[in-house]
Design a protein around this ligand. Structure first.
Ligand code: ZN
Length: 327
């Protein structure tokens, strides 16, 4: 793929998002995001997971609204992450870590005047993993040519994470399947980078447990940040985008299946770590004002996870169709 020649800084959609952050006066979190992105690109390129080299650039827009998106252009797409999303991730993690009940089995309590050293250090890891999750998701949209599909089917040339959640279009299945497809593809990319799945069989159990737990918790908390509407999960049936909690269920189910296939462990071992991650995430959710049960917790039945069951076979079929494109 050729280098993109299009000047994204002048793109109308980017300008609307406050323009691109000035590289001479970078936002505090900008180096962290760019390092994360460069590392992912480097790992994807050297692992040969993606055909050719990854050409999609990542730009940081100044908008304070949390959002990430893939913008389309004939010269090549671009990933946009807003400063607002990076800040929201940081604030969300800090808020959760200030709750002594969050990760109480793993970390000492927060201090009265701020986070303890251990909590601060864990927070830094968690923020990085959340950025990693978002960037992989957007890269997956690009690799799977979701904008190509949308362009043909709906004439759309952009795919935003938050804005579309509030879109009033009635239950557009295409958008919904595209989001699920990007999540599953992103997980696949993450696991194939640097042959993680090739090596994982030899890892000590504690290391696999840590990696699995952190990745799942990062995904859950990111989905919570995207879950801004606070409306009943069922209401998402009438929206283009799936309820973030359903994305999280599908992603974490897939994680259990994929890890179980690549690492020999006792029956239910991964499911147990999965449940711990969901439990901790439910505490983070309640810390941030979500009603009890929306992110599981005690009233799990309220979250209506069964709504996903009829969807799974259709989603597998959709993934196969998308995978056939351009071959
Ligand atoms: Zn998406």
């Amino acid at each position: 793929m050729a280098e993109t020649s299009y000047d994204w800084t002048c793109d109308e959609r980017v300008v609307e998002l406050g323009g691109v952050a000035d590289p001479a006066q970078p936002h505090r979190l900008q180096p962290l995001i760019m390092d994360c992105f460069q590392q992912i690109v480097g790992e994807l390129d050297s692992s040969g997971t993606v055909e050719g080299l990854l050409a999609v650039p990542l730009l940081i827009a100044r908008s304070p609204e949390p959002d990430a998106m893939l913008l389309g252009h004939p010269d090549g797409n671009a990933i946009i992450m807003t400063v607002g999303l990076a800040e929201a991730i940081e604030t969300y993690v800090q808020g959760a870590l200030m709750n002594p009940d969050f990760l109480s089995d793993y970390l000492p309590e927060p201090l009265t005047n701020g986070l303890s050293e251990e909590r601060r250090e864990f927070g830094t890891h968690l923020v990085l993993h959340m950025l990693d999750f978002v960037i992989h998701h957007e890269i997956a949209h690009d690799i799977r040519d979701h904008l190509g599909v949308l362009g043909e089917e709906r004439g759309a040339a952009e795919l935003g994470e938050v804005l579309s959640l509030h879109a009033i279009e009635h239950g557009d299945e295409l958008y919904r399947f595209i989001e699920f497809d990007a999540d599953i593809e992103a997980l696949d990319l993450q696991m194939h980078e640097m042959g993680k799945f090739g090596e994982i069989a030899d890892w000590p159990a504690a290391e696999v447990e840590d990696a699995f737990f952190l990745q799942m918790l990062a995904m859950l908390l990111t989905c919570q940040i995207l879950d801004q509407a606070h409306e009943p999960v069922q209401a998402f049936g009438a929206r283009t985008h799936p309820a973030p909690v359903h994305r999280a269920v599908l992603y974490s189910d897939t994680m259990v299946t994929s890890f179980s296939e690549h690492y020999r462990a006792e029956d239910g071992w991964f499911k147990n770590i999965h449940d711990q991650a969901w439990y901790e995430a439910s505490i983070a959710a309640e810390t941030h004002g979500f009603p009890e049960g929306r992110w599981r917790g005690l009233k799990m039945a309220d979250a209506r996870f069964d709504l996903l069951d009829p969807l799974r076979p259709v989603l597998i079929e959709f993934r196969q169709t998308i995978g056939m494109r351009g071959r």
